[in-house]
Design a protein around this ligand. Structure first.
Ligand SMILES: CC(C)(COP(=O)(O)OP(=O)(O)OC[C@H]1O[C@@H](n2cnc3c(N)ncnc32)[C@H](O)[C@@H]1OP(=O)(O)O)[C@@H](O)C(=O)NCCC(=O)NCCS
Length: 153
């Protein structure tokens, strides 16, 4: 992708930059969903894409499941609104899936709230499928539990 550095694992030092842009990129406060655990302890599982000047372009927080070792799990991902529609989100997922497959994963899961139309369209475009599960994250917190096989082509 023109003007962007290659994707790399997250580092602890990326947390402050992610925190600074996350609410604006999502369009609402994300609070502790953006937890530094994903940078300090799980950074090697995640993905960071920067502009060539070092500014963040997109990031993915995720992990390889401890209870289901064949499962990679995307917790959160976001792309700079100025860079959307150019394949940055798909690159985050492909890189995450590639590294998770090296760790033994054969499938990847991600959740989407039923009102997040952009996120639903993104996951369907990448070949994810899954059921809407009522109350998946608690009362009133329905989620589509998307999964697809790895690798992501
Ligand atoms: C969802 C998000 C990460 C997509 O990033 P992106 O870089 O624009 O996605 P890409 O350009 O890689 O798109 C990949 C595919 O998804 C489709 N897609 C992405 N966003 C879409 C949207 N809002 N509506 C319809 N399709 C969309 C693209 O058309 C593309 O499909 P194609 O391969 O058939 O052409 C970005 O919109 C975002 O950061 N949103 C806010 C945060 C968010 O909702 N995160 C997800 C929940 S944690």
């Amino acid at each position: 992708m023109d003007g962007l550095a290659p994707p790399r694992p997250l580092e602890a030092a990326d947390f402050d930059a992610a925190r600074a842009v996350a609410d604006g990129w999502f369009g609402h406060p994300v609070g502790l969903t953006l937890h530094r655990l994903f940078f300090d302890q799980l950074g090697p599982h995640g993905v960071w894409i920067a502009r060539e000047d070092g500014a963040p372009a997109g990031f993915l927080l995720g992990l390889v499941s401890a209870s289901e070792p064949d499962l990679a799990y995307v917790h959160l991902h976001a792309v700079d609104p100025a860079l959307r529609g150019q394949g940055v989100g798909a690159t985050l997922y492909r890189e995450f899936g590639r590294r998770a497959a090296e760790r033994g994963c054969t499938r990847v899961r991600a959740l989407a709230a039923p009102h997040r139309e952009g996120s639903i369209a993104f996951h369907r475009a990448l070949g994810f499928e899954g059921p809407l599960e009522a109350g998946y994250l608690g009362p009133g917190e329905d989620r589509i539990v998307f999964e697809r096989a790895l690798p992501i082509p």
